[in-house]
Design a protein around this ligand. Sequence first.
Ligand SMILES: [Fe+2]
Length: 434
Amino acid sequence: MGCQYHAPTDQGADSFTVAMPRLTVGRGTLREVGERAGALGISRVALFTDPGLLHGPLVAIVRESLAAADIDLGIFSDIRIEPDDESVERGHAFLTDGQFDGVVSVGGGSVIDTAKAALVLHCHGGKALDYFAPPVGQGKPISGPLLPHVACPTTSGTGSECTSISVLRINALDCKFVFASPGMLPDVAIVDPQCCDSLPANVVASTGFDLCCHALECYTSRAYTEHPKIPSANARQYIQGNNPFSELAAREAMSIVGRYLERGVNDASDHEARDQLMWGATLAGIAFGNAGTHLPHAMSYGVTHLMKDITTEGYAINSPFIPHGISVIVNAPSIFRYTAEATPERHLEGAALLLADAQGATRDDAGEVLAKRMVSLMKATHMPNGLTALGFDEGHVAALAASSIRQGRAIGNAPRASNQVDLENMYRGALRYW
Ligand SMILES: [Fe+2]
């Protein structure tokens, strides 16, 4: 079905699945958490949140709402920004000890991802590592449903409330990997833009670039018809490739980034911009949650694997730490310069949606037009100027590529094939942009 991009292939998939939670969007909807949890049959809830939100107004609203619905609660706030297998184990132990029949998560991607992964361990046993695909883990299947989960994002980037994945650091390997299963999708997502009113500018910027790359990667990923046919109805992975539904959401998300990212970062009182960015993050989450990302996310894991002695203002976490969105965007212009030759029209469309000056541009200009626009957005929102600004230099390029090449599934979703040398060249092109 669909346009030329999704043309049938001999061995390729001929169908795709769209999965998303029951989604509610709007200012003030955080007050609906209690009623929504009650409708899912929850009578004693584990509330996952982070220490920075624990005593703030958003968690207070949720607690009042749960109390009004006669739902008892216990609170887990021992969250690690960028969760790891140990922090997930702590969440698992909390669930096991508390006799809960559901979870509400209130926070950014780290909180929601911790809740999802802890729920898997609670409901199906084992250790986090067991569930990762080989060669990292044993590929243990998740054989049934989890407890009901109401996810409430408080940042405008990860889209975790709308995806069936958790990104976890595996401490033994000192690297992040994706933990994915259809059962991990939250049942209900409540997206209340008031949650982003007080976010610092650099958090809006880094999460905004995460959303930007979710949408761009989804839009430029290989068509689902170029991925192999699935062996059984339940075997379809979230990385199923670009499809007609995902690209609808990705297009709108890119348009939102083009119009509102600079405004939302540079003016905290611009509610229109911040509300739109939160909607864009949700759309991009739905988009990549049903298509997958590719090289910018795959190559971000090399950056966070090998970072040393670095912190980012506004994030309360010890060194070394680079926010996810920064680790993704820092390589993205260089990567899209490389991938553009495979799907130049899609790169040009993406650039146009981001409001690039694409007048008179030809297919040969696609990568450069898109990269230039991304770099201009990075400059306007005070992002680091390439890998050099994060402490890397030419001497790190081979190790960065060797680390990221392990993200085989995401790399395989890119429109253009790449090997170790190609990744090295993309990292080299990301050392400095201006
Ligand atoms: Fe991301």
